[in-house]
Design a protein around this ligand. Structure first.
Ligand code: SF4
Length: 484
């Protein structure tokens, strides 16, 4: 087997994602194959040819040669896989005539390519040109990436000397129809005390890992789930624990996603704990949609929660909204954006609905806006953020997104959430505590990441917390990369 063939051995899922991007049926890949794929190495070049019926596409690329033998194999493998996907992309464009907004990019983090180009010394204009030319990304999306990269470059640079902390509270009041997280409904609250005991044990056992591994704490994020779904007593216990064990975080976020979980007491506790950022998320400001998607609150409660949080003097409120929700069109999304303008959050995250297999919505036949309409909503989200004086600062994509679009975080200057950037760019070590958290160790020299996932099931987590603690110690205290 040649080096090129070996690099492409496991590429099928990515090729499948590409044909899905164009709406081609998965049967495209069924045997007997009607397509032709040729992968050849010819005098210092890779050549890929894809054909289907009378149509064909071909690309060649000089084989990358790096001075550093440790990264040579990795670079060649990446280049070969990109070449193969792009050649298939060319064929799909010929077959369907469709131009996807993100061109041939199917990955979660398109910002990586922009940062890579800038890191090579290209000007922002030249980097935009490269994304348009080499990956067929549409010009507005490539320019959005350049803008995001410019904002990210002003943030404290990722550094091996730092670590972020994530704490997961896997409870919600009700389950949203599109939810694919492993959080459960809080129900009668019976699981809360044993969960909090296990979490406290894990936090106390792992907090010292940051210093023991020679690092300092950077950003802390409490998510889930909905942390504010905890009863007041447990919520205060969580905040005191955070203050005691992680006093030096330069930024702390607490998800307060559901407005119906917020009380003056909880908001006061958040302020007293000096939490720098909270997130109150309407997703939509239309009551009918809120009902359809299974959120047991009203738009009025969102307005009241914002008023209460302002009264309590919280310095930074983020708002999450979703474009492409069932039953919504331009008028409904415009209404949500008008309300966002009135509530004036410090940051706004515009998500595009992604329906994963694990969500309830995929089982129901909810009428969804088409890709074109969703794209208009996403543009409206961008316009609203600009009217609010915000700049885009992070972006990621998911599978199954309406219109093959993206999620974009916008913030007022100086309000970008460092944790979101670290998390999405995968540039920082993450110590994740609580059910479903995934700890990550970055190996910057080798260019890869090792992970220690906690079990997602709440009961399992309570029973097996000591095992989770051991795995994290192994992950962060081992001296050398085990995969080397
Ligand atoms: S608030 Fe978030 S975690 Fe909770 S059910 Fe809804 S989507 Fe899932």
């Amino acid at each position: 087997m040649t080096e090129l063939q070996a690099a492409l051995e496991t590429i099928h899922p990515e090729l499948l994602a590409m044909t899905r991007l164009f709406g081609l049926p998965d049967a495209f890949w069924d045997p007997p194959a009607r397509y032709v794929l040729r992968a050849e190495e010819l005098s210092g070049s890779y050549r890929i040819t894809f054909g289907f019926d009378q149509l064909s596409a071909e690309r060649t690329l000089p084989v990358p040669s790096e001075a550093d033998p440790r990264v040579q194999h990795l670079h060649r493998r990446r280049a070969a896989r990109r070449l193969c996907k792009q050649t298939l992309y060319d064929l799909c464009r010929k077959m369907t005539g469709i131009h996807p907004p993100w061109g041939s990019l199917t990955g979660v983090r398109p910002t990586h390519l922009m940062l890579e180009a800038l890191g090579e010394g290209l000007s922002p204009e030249a980097a935009v040109e490269r994304l348009v030319r080499d990956y067929d990304v549409t010009l507005p999306k490539a320019q959005l990436l350049a803008e995001i990269a410019a904002v990210q470059r002003l943030l404290p640079a990722p550094d091996d000397a730092f670590m972020d902390v994530y704490i997961g509270i896997p409870f919600c009041t009700t389950r949203c129809a599109y939810c694919s997280f492993s959080s459960g409904e809080i129900g009668d609250g019976r699981l809360v005390p044993p969960y909090m005991d296990a979490l406290e044990h894990e936090i106390r056992s792992c907090a010292s890992l940051i210093a023991e591994s020679g690092r300092s704490l950077r950003a802390l994020y409490v998510g889930g789930g909905t942390p504010t779904a905890l009863p007041e007593k447990d919520f205060r216990r969580l905040l005191s624990l955070i203050r005691e064990c992680f006093p030096s975080a330069c930024e702390t976020t607490v998800e307060a996603g559901r407005p119906d979980t917020l009380t003056r007491e909880k908001l006061r506790a958040i302020r007293e704990a000096e939490i720098s950022r909270i997130s109150i998320n309407p997703q939509t400001m239309n009551d009918r949609t809120l009902q359809i998607i299974g959120r047991a609150h009203t738009a009025r409660q969102v307005v009241e929660a914002y008023a209460l949080a302002r009264e309590e003097g919280l310095p930074h409120i983020n708002m999450d909204v979703i474009a492409g929700l069932p039953g919504e069109g331009e008028a409904e999304f415009t209404h949500t954006m008008e309300e966002a303008l009135r509530l004036h959050p410090e940051s706004l995250t515009v998500h595009t609905l992604a329906i994963k297999r694990s969500s309830r919505m995929s089982l129901e036949n909810a009428p969804l806006p088409d890709g074109e309409m969703t794209a208009r909503m996403v543009s409206l989200g961008l316009e609203t953020a600009r009217t609010l004086g915000m700049v885009p600062y992070y972006l990621y994509r998911q599978k199954y997104m309406a219109g093959n679009l993206e999620n974009t975080g916008y913030a007022l200057p100086g309000h970008a959430c460092l944790y979101n950037v670290d998390m999405m760019e995968e540039t920082s070590h993450i110590l994740a505590l609580g059910a479903g958290g995934i700890s990550k160790r970055i190996w910057p020299d080798e260019g890869h990441i090792t992970r220690a996932p906690n079990v997602a099931n709440i009961r399992e987590y309570i029973l097996r917390v000591d095992e989770m603690i051991r795995c994290k110690k192994d992950l962060f205290l081992q001296a050398a990369d085990p995969e080397k």
